[in-house]
Design a protein. Structure first.
Length: 366
């Protein structure tokens, strides 16, 4: 029997994030008789991600927090790479800071080093710009979730696009789930404005709440359904608690039943300040939701009917767009995936995992 190809997926933390979801999705779908897969991640590590690793035969090496103890984090990474030696080290991130992990991998003797871009901006642009020229010398293969994220980090066209793959068939609209969630929340006959995302500065929930308050002034039947959690949760909760329309805003928390909450919504609003290629926006469209989206996001995610707006505009303009949105019928929503299948298939993991498999094969055979 041929020896398995050892792959390590490296990420600075493994919480409930888009990058973590992408890593889990690919590790689950890659052929386990061919690959020996390890995730190397700093704290925090979400319990559900640990469970997924155990359930799917994925090794997990836990490192100290990069934020709280960077020295121990990076020493731990070097030891993990040096002791285990991987055929391919696949590093996921959003900025030139990946140069540190890539350099550690090189020092540990790892010859094949992938840098994978997942965003089109970062929180510390000064360090990013200083490191970028050096960063571009540290990897042997560059991947990106989309063109915008790739151009920003690697330079125009100096990378291969690997879409964020997922099981698209799992997000077809479900009428019974819609009724169940709406009944549970007591919003059966309400106009539900929805949002799914990590509560942080990037996702811009503060702006969304301001926009919704203008909607609520006009429609007393409107409800804002915010799904997720994150570092800004307490800040958002404070804003909600002090809003005149707090009784019309629901903080739903984290859920694994994302199709159900999408199905319960009438319109999806996504005012991010920057993104790579947000899977939640793909999921929302597949459930047939009309989507109102920040123009800071790559139009690669558009299946053809997104309403694009600027977050530089007054929140009232977003409110106007929300109020003018025509709610789709259950039949229209159920048929959405079938009618847009050509574009949607591009993101189906059955296709994208084949691309990743080919990438790994080509790198090994060089």
């Amino acid at each position: 029997m041929n020896k398995k190809i050892k792959i390590s997926m490296v990420t600075n933390h493994f919480g409930i994030t888009g990058i973590s979801t992408v890593i889990i999705n690919y590790c689950k779908e890659l052929y386990h008789r061919k690959y020996d897969l390890t995730v190397i991640a700093g704290q925090p590590i979400a319990e559900e991600n640990k469970v997924e690793c155990v359930k799917n035969g994925i090794h997990l090496i836990e490192l100290p927090s990069r934020h709280k103890d960077p020295a121990k984090h990076y020493i731990g990474l070097w030891k993990a790479l040096k002791q285990n030696h991987y055929d391919i080290v696949h590093i996921h991130g959003s900025s030139s800071m990946m140069a540190i992990e890539l350099t550690i991998a090189k020092l540990a003797g790892e010859k094949i080093r992938i840098a994978h871009s997942h965003n089109s901006m970062c929180s510390n642009m000064k360090i990013h710009k200083i490191l970028n020229p050096y960063f571009r010398k540290t990897y042997t293969k560059s991947l990106s979730c989309g063109k915008l994220a790739g151009d920003w980090l690697f330079g125009e066209n100096n990378f291969e696009i690997l879409p964020n793959g997922f099981h698209t068939e799992q997000f077809v609209f479900d009428e019974s789930e819609r009724e169940k969630i709406r009944r549970k929340l007591g919003i059966e006959d309400r106009f539900v404005v929805g949002h799914v995302g990590r509560f942080n500065e990037q996702k811009n929930q503060t702006y969304l709440i301001k926009s919704f308050e203008h909607v609520a002034k006009v429609r007393s039947d409107a409800v804002l359904l915010l799904v997720g959690t994150g570092p800004d949760f307490d800040k958002i909760k404070y804003i909600v608690d002090n809003s005149l329309y707090r009784d019309q805003i629901i903080l739903y928390g984290v859920t694994k039943e994302t199709r159900a909450v999408y199905s319960a919504m009438d319109v999806f609003v996504f005012p991010s300040k920057f993104e790579g290629l947000p899977v939640v926006l793909l999921e929302a469209q597949i459930t047939g939701l009309p989507c109102i989206v920040s123009d800071k996001i790559t139009n690669e995610v558009d299946f053809g009917e997104i309403c694009w707006l600027s977050v530089e505009e007054d929140p009232q303009n977003w409110a106007k767009a929300i109020l003018q949105t025509a709610v789709r019928s259950n039949t229209q929503r159920s048929d959405y995936r079938k009618e847009h299948i050509t574009k949607i298939e591009h993101y189906d993991i059955s296709q994208t995992v084949k691309q990743l498999d080919t990438i790994y094969d080509d790198l090994i055979q060089r």
